[in-house]
Write a new protein. Structure first.
Length: 256
């Protein structure tokens, strides 16, 4: 299956996967979707995650590559987010583009596994950002709605910018968020889809108030690697989502 690259087709919220029935757990529909998602990630070596809507499937499921396996998240909900960090990222449905966006550096989430078992876990660094992006795609929120988009071929990667240049981009990003907030505030009343997007923009307000850090250093720096691995509170793990799967940290906190 080919991934959807017309992002306008991704701007509708997905339906939860209903697998609990009077007779027990109905696995057929979920198993079929999971197989398609895992097959895609296995075939596309550069891909780290894929959400069902990106393959044209209107269900709240996505799969994500970790060091040891491809993990499945059914009906995921993020229950807690930490302080936001502004970093560039990529999205497989936006080929050739890079998006400067603020995302949490630590999250706690609940979901069902590919065995339809309930779990609660925590992610940090790149994994947390990728999980957040995937959940937003399930909500019909694409990265371009909350971030600044640049063309990699024309503009180069944002990771090559100097600290001063990144500071200038940060100021543009602040103005972008402020403008978006004003726009949604006028349209939000009675519109559930816009309400979700506005809520995400409110999180980004922390950026405007200076309650976020901009990572302008190289993603391969020793500081960037060490802090990401050791710090939950001040994680600075950098790098493109598409090629940093080796730095994913998965902290298992299964519900007792």
């Amino acid at each position: 299956m080919k991934i959807i690259t017309d992002i306008e087709k991704l701007k509708s919220a997905s339906e939860p996967l209903e697998f609990l029935t009077e007779k027990g757990i109905e696995k057929e529909e979920g198993d079929e979707i999971i197989t398609k998602l895992k097959n895609y990630l296995t075939k596309e070596k550069g891909a780290v995650a894929v959400a069902a809507p990106q393959l044209g499937i209107n269900k709240r499921i996505f799969c994500m590559k970790f060091q040891d396996a491809i993990k499945t998240f059914i009906n995921p909900i993020i229950t807690k987010k930490s302080k936001y960090v502004i970093q560039p990222e990529t999205c497989s449905s936006m080929p050739g583009k890079e998006i400067l966006i603020s995302r949490p550096e630590e999250i706690t989430m609940v979901y069902y596994t590919d065995e339809y078992k309930y779990e609660e876990n925590k992610l940090i660094g790149v994994a947390a950002r990728l999980f957040d992006q995937s959940c937003q795609l399930l909500d019909g929120i694409t990265p371009d709605q909350l971030g600044l988009v640049s063309d990699i071929e024309e503009d180069g990667t944002l990771w090559d910018l100097t600290d001063d240049e990144m500071s200038q981009i940060k100021e543009i990003y602040k103005q972008f968020i402020e403008t978006k907030q004003k726009t949604y505030a006028k349209k939000i009343e009675g519109n559930e889809e816009l309400a979700k997007q506005f809520k995400q923009l409110q999180f980004s307000e922390k950026v405007i108030n200076g309650d976020a850090a901009v990572v302008g250093k190289s993603p391969n720096s020793k500081k960037g690697q060490a802090v990401a691995a050791l710090s939950l509170k001040r994680s600075r793990q950098a790098g493109h989502l598409a090629n940093r799967a080796d730095r994913v940290h998965f902290i298992n906190q299964k519900r007792k």
